[in-house]
Design a protein around this ligand. Structure first.
Ligand SMILES: Nc1ncnc2c1ncn2[C@@H]1O[C@H](COP(=O)(O)OP(=O)(O)OP(=O)(O)O)[C@@H](O)[C@H]1O
Ligand SMILES: [Mg+2]
Length: 266
């Protein structure tokens, strides 16, 4: 891994995350096509665009699930393009999925605890050599899990199997799981999809609070009311390309954006 000098990122005040000329092909399909964008620290940046625009693929590239065919991904001053997801997560870059991936048979609490486990395989002797350290770490994780569940109103369901949660509650669980590792940047793929209106309110409130506390958030979302309410900046993808970016007002007035959406409907 190489540390990228500020000037090399091509931006004076570079974002916490910068994507430079990233492309991804699946067979003959170009899912992401020479896309460049930046997410500034402490902001909510929404990535919008019609179905199939490449938003989830871009999330997967940022999170490290896919490697780009070309281009670079810089996070917190480092080139992370070649790092696997867990090593990005360790640096503070976390993502959630469009489809929740909770472990259905485990309880809500267990799901959250597991997400906080150190991802690297520790020495099997560590638990014998440092039982107190291990127990202290376990207590710390349990406390954090409780606090986070309390915060999103899921603590009363902590002992329930995750399978029994509603769609919206699963989205909140996914968010809490991502927060266990104390990330700097969190990527949310359609947090409001299939979520009841009251739960969308709860999610929106939590996302805004987290931003206000300094967390940086990348948000893929089709719910334009939510985007209008939350996004400090909006980037628009269409057919894998970064069409334009700016405030919600700016991009929704842009004729190219209107056309990209209408084209998708036609
Ligand atoms: N694993 C894959 N294998 C093959 N093609 C893929 C794969 N993932 C995505 N694609 C294709 O890449 C394009 C972009 O898909 P992607 O899921 O990134 O779009 P999206 O913007 O997230 O769409 P949506 O709003 O419907 O979630 C689509 O044409 C899709 O069919
Ligand atoms: Mg998607």
């Amino acid at each position: 891994m190489t540390v990228v000098p500020r000037e090399a990122t091509g931006q004076a005040d570079s974002g916490l995350l910068t994507i430079q000329g990233v492309s991804k092909h699946f067979g003959g399909v170009t899912a992401v096509d020479n896309c460049s964008l930046s997410i500034e620290a402490g902001t909510i940046t929404a990535i919008i665009g019609p179905n199939g625009a490449g938003k989830s693929t871009l999330m997967n590239l940022i999170g490290g699930l896919y490697r780009p065919d070309s281009g670079r991904i810089l996070f917190d001053g480092e080139d992370v393009t070649a790092l696997p997801p867990y090593r990005r997560a360790k640096r503070g870059l976390m993502r959630t999925f469009q489809i929740s991936r909770e472990l259905a048979q485990l309880t809500v609490f267990e799901n959250v605890l597991l997400a906080g486990q150190p991802v690297e395989i520790e020495s099997p002797f560590a638990a014998f050599l440092m039982p107190r350290t291990v127990r202290r770490e376990e207590r710390r994780l349990a406390r954090r899990a409780e606090e986070l569940l309390e915060r999103v109103g899921l603590f009363r369901l902590a002992d329930m199997p995750a399978a029994g949660l509603s769609g919206g509650q699963k989205k909140l669980l996914e968010l809490v799981r991502a927060l266990m590792l104390e990330p700097k940047l969190i990527l949310l793929d359609e947090p409001a999809a299939g979520v009841s209106p009251p739960m969308v309110r709860e999610l929106a409130r939590t996302i805004r609070e987290l931003r206000d506390e300094g967390l940086t958030i990348g948000l893929v979302e089709h719910d334009m009311e939510l985007v209008a309410e939350l996004a400090d900046r909006v980037d628009v993808l269409a057919e894998g390309r970064n069409l334009t970016g700016g405030s919600f007002q700016e991009v929704t007035r842009d004729a190219r954006v209107v056309e990209a959406y209408l084209g998708g409907v036609a």
